[in-house]
Design a protein around this ligand. Structure first.
Ligand code: ADP
Ligand code: MG
Length: 193
């Protein structure tokens, strides 16, 4: 499922999170901005409720993971994530603090990237249940470059991390509801009585 053909589009998995304002609306706005920037959505995890992990004194998060296809480079995807965060109203605040929207590049095809300002797979992926659980819901058979099977990372994290870090599904994430995000299905009712 790392899905890379030379010269073709690449699959990328993005982590989305919000803990300020209308959190689900922020995720939807972010997805619309990502599409605008050249990321084609393929599938989304459920929405998950999670408690803030690093700075506990802030509101709970809503998280989701999306799988996209794109011809953008990794740095262009990072820039698209920034633009999506801005579109959702994110302003500069303290690291790990509250935010209207956070967009993290979890995986970029099967690539490992160690650059200035960009590390892929995301360096905190294996310690975050709010990433591992939605990622495993979407693509349970994934191999995480350099770290091995996602299923192993998830079971290790579940065994190791405190119960407070468990995430709870809030149900389906439908970023296109109310606007045409995915191509519409075949026209309904044409020629029917
Ligand atoms: P947080 O770590 O809470 O997500 P920010 O969203 O402010 O905080 O991101 C901090 C920095 O992480 C950004 O400046 C970005 O360049 C860097 N970064 C490194 N690797 C990644 C990645 N895989 N996805 C997103 N940002 C990344
Ligand atoms: Mg971030």
């Amino acid at each position: 499922m790392s899905g890379e053909t030379p010269g073709g589009p690449v699959r990328v998995w993005l982590g989305l999170g919000s803990n300020l304002g209308n959190r689900v609306a922020a995720l939807r706005t972010g997805v619309a901005a990502l599409i605008q920037a050249g990321l084609e959505p393929e599938a989304f995890s459920d929405l998950y409720h999670s408690r803030p992990k690093y700075l506990p004194d802030q509101p709970p998060f809503v998280n989701a993971v999306g799988r996209f296809r794109t011809r953008l480079t990794p740095l262009q995807v990072l820039a698209a994530g920034r633009a999506a965060e801005a579109a959702a109203g994110r302003r500069p605040r303290e690291r790990y603090g509250p935010r209207e929207l956070d967009v993290d590049i979890l995986l970029y095809g099967g690539r490992r990237i160690e650059g200035e300002g960009l590390t892929v797979p995301h360096p905190a992926l294996a310690e975050r249940l709010f990433v591992l659980v939605p990622l495993a819901e979407l693509d349970p058979g994934l191999e995480v470059p350099g770290l091995g099977p996602l299923s192993g990372l998830l079971s290790e994290a579940l065994a190791r991390l405190p119960a407070e870090e468990r995430v709870v599904s809030l149900g389906r994430f439908e970023p296109g509801r109310g606007r045409p995000l995915f191509p519409p299905a075949a026209p309904a009712g044409a020629g029917e009585a």
